[in-house]
Design a binder for this molecule. Structure first.
Ligand code: AMP
Length: 215
């Protein structure tokens, strides 16, 4: 399966992508995680991406497309993949279509969550710097701010500040939301309700993807 997970920041893509990738036995490729790792390791790519990320802006298309092209040509991605956070612009979607020729993408899933819920989730979100597991101020790790899964430090993302959140939502509306129509026109889209308990949302996603797999 070659899958794309769409949805606004805070829709729960990161959390759901982990479960969906496991259920369909494909690697999860999260461009935001790859950028954050590069920023942490102070690589050339990280240095290039950092200022865009901290403002809540998009990293330029050519940089992101180059990075995803490298990642999709690695061995583990040949049997399929789940993209989380890519594409985010129409040129990125066009590059992805080109890159996956002739098979293309099987399905793009749009995780729909109302803006009020997204704002609340982003402000309370905390994340493990090592493995990316998400927590919140309402559901913190069991011991201090140490990740339950890997023991890493759990922090607030630098782009989960009020200004950067506002900027990311604006960009989502202008640049990324048009992709919903882009995938729909190509008959590659399914919309899934992203509200409710995370396990309920996972169940909806698995059913929606499975239904499409068997047509
Ligand atoms: P995320 O973790 O998906 O919210 O991504 C965090 C940040 O990484 C975004 O706000 C962008 O600055 C950058 N980023 C991640 N994916 C992309 C992409 N496909 N295109 C441009 N910038 C991206």
């Amino acid at each position: 399966m070659r899958l794309v997970l769409l949805g606004p920041p805070g829709a729960g893509k990161g959390t759901q992508a982990v479960h969906i990738a496991r259920a369909f036995e494909v690697p999860r490729i999260a461009t935001g995680d790859i950028f954050r790792e590069n920023v942490r390791n102070e690589t050339a790519l990280g240095k290039e991406a950092r200022s865009y990320m901290e403002r809540g802006d998009l990293v330029p298309d050519d940089v992101v497309i180059g990075m995803v092209t490298d990642r999709l040509t690695q061995d583990d991605a040949t049997k399929g993949f789940l993209l989380d956070g890519f594409p985010r612009t129409v040129p990125q979607a066009e590059a992805l279509a080109e890159l996956t020729q002739p098979k293309g993408i099987d399905l793009a899933v749009d995780l729909e969550v109302p803006t009020e819920i997204v704002l609340k989730r982003l402000a309370s979100r905390r994340v493990c710097v090592d493995c990316g597991t998400n927590y919140s101020t309402d559901v913190p790790p069991k011991e201090g701010w140490t990740c339950d899964s890997c023991g890493g430090e759990v922090i607030q993302r630098r782009d989960d500040t009020e200004d950067a959140i506002r900027r990311r939502l604006e960009i989502y509306e202008h640049e990324t939301a048009p992709l919903v129509a882009w995938f729909m026109e190509r008959d590659m889209l399914v919309i899934v309700d992203g509200t409710g308990h995370p396990d309920t949302v996972t169940g909806r996603l698995v059913r929606a993807i499975d239904a499409r797999r068997h047509v």
